[in-house]
Ligand binder design. Structure first.
Ligand SMILES: O=C([O-])CC(=O)C(=O)O
Ligand SMILES: [Mg+2]
Length: 388
């Protein structure tokens, strides 16, 4: 068995939104297909992957370095020694040949996207859902198909106003979410507090709001916000300062007793480990948002989970960024605390297989081979057009 081709296309996922740091007017992602010579149910097995929003498509890096390394490797060196299948760890090591340590970012997205497609292919070759395969190989043996999801939105839209924000948040609640997220730091503190209070008024018992500053604040501003936010009972206060400013994050813990969240812009096990070592994050209440699609894929994420375990953190404190089905599968297979979801953004890439309903902020994953992309018609149409 072997990989016969890998193709990439860069696709727009732009919209008219902004967070405290960027707008999404030129946002793209890479969509990748890993084509194998394996046939299942009369069809060639093709694995698919894409990166989540925020870091743009990485076709240039893939074409220059990562795809040639895989396609030029002796196919036997990519095989699983114990199973008739590809070995994602060997594929990963081949992609990372002659790559120096450190400086994680961009290449971590290229590798993470290809890694997603490889795991999709591996689970399809094994004829089972990826969450089942992960539970058997790395977890308790039994997946939990019921996964917590929250609705991420509440961006700054031109002309949206408070009514528009309320309409948006109410529509998430109406669709079964009980945790919703909105942006902060893209307006004044006073204006942000008005927006927060407008959303809090919509919430019923058991429903919560999370806020996300997208790394915008210096320490002084992060603390000013922490003081103001402390009056609300928020689900979390996310990414207050620069993702690599561990001292800021650690100091913030002295000013904010409620849950904090961060990690979506840490792209390696080593960076995640520095957050755990130096960032003052509290395993009894805080949340970790590392996103495998941006950070060297699941092969690296398994290392991150191992590191967390060594440091006394449960995988249930992880709720990845990105809103993709790969993290849903990891959550179900390995006991993460849940996954992000963007009900109205970045389509057709985000979301769930067709027919999956959100109920009290949980979804039940269907038993589809691989990651489950074939269950989402609009997404699978894009994938099939790339390679089938
Ligand atoms: O706005 C973004 O860049 C996405 C983000 O932070 C999130 O989903 O938490
Ligand atoms: Mg965020």
């Amino acid at each position: 068995m072997k990989i016969v081709d890998i193709v990439e296309t860069t696709r727009p996922i732009q919209s008219n939104i902004r967070n405290a740091y960027i707008d999404f007017s030129k946002m793209t992602l890479s969509l990748v297909a890993v084509v194998t010579d394996v046939v299942r149910d009369g069809k060639r097995v093709v694995g698919y992957g894409f990166n989540s929003n925020g870091r743009y498509g990485q076709g240039a890096l893939m074409r220059e370095r990562f795809l040639p390394r895989l396609l030029e490797a002796d196919p036997a060196t990519l095989l699983d020694a114990e199973r008739d299948n590809l070995d994602p760890h060997k594929v990963w090591a081949t992609m990372m040949t002659n790559e120096k340590p450190g400086g994680h970012g961009e290449r971590s997205v290229a590798v993470g996207t290809i890694d997603m497609a490889v795991w999709d292919a591996v689970a399809k070759i094994e004829g089972k859902p990826l969450f089942q395969l992960l539970a058997e190989r790395y977890g308790t043996g039994t997946p939990n198909r019921k996964v917590f999801v929250y609705a991420a939105g509440g961006y700054y839209w031109p002309g949206q106003g408070i009514e528009g924000l309320e309409r948006e948040m109410r529509s998430y609640l109406d669709r079964g979410y009980s945790v919703v997220k909105k942006k902060i730091g893209g307006a004044s503190l006073a204006e942000d507090c008005k927006r927060i209070e407008a959303v809090l008024k919509l919430l019923g018992p058991g429903q919560k709001l999370a806020v996300d500053a997208n790394g915008r604040f210096d320490l002084k501003t992060a603390i000013e916000y922490a003081k103001a936010l402390s009056q609300y009972d928020l689900f979390w206060y996310e990414e207050a300062g620069d993702p690599l400013d561990y001292a800021l994050q650690a100091e913030l813990a002295n000013h904010y007793a409620g849950p904090m969240a961060t990690g979506e812009n840490l792209f390696s096990m080593q960076d995640a480990r520095n957050l755990i070592r130096y960032g003052g994050m509290r395993p009894d209440r805080d949340w970790l948002q590392f996103d495998c699609a941006l950070s060297y894929g699941l092969v690296e994420y398994l290392r991150t989970l191992e590191m967390l375990k060594e440091n006394g953190w449960s995988p249930s404190r992880c709720v990845p960024h990105g809103g993709h089905q790969m993290s849903l599968a990891i959550a179900a297979g390995l006991g993460l605390g849940g996954n992000e979801s963007y009900p109205d953004l970045f389509q057709p890439y985000g979301g769930f297989p067709d027919g999956v309903k959100v109920d009290n902020s949980h979804v039940l994953l269907p038993e589809l081979p691989g990651i489950g992309f074939e269950g989402k018609a609009d997404l699978y149409a894009e994938m099939k057009a790339l390679a089938a």
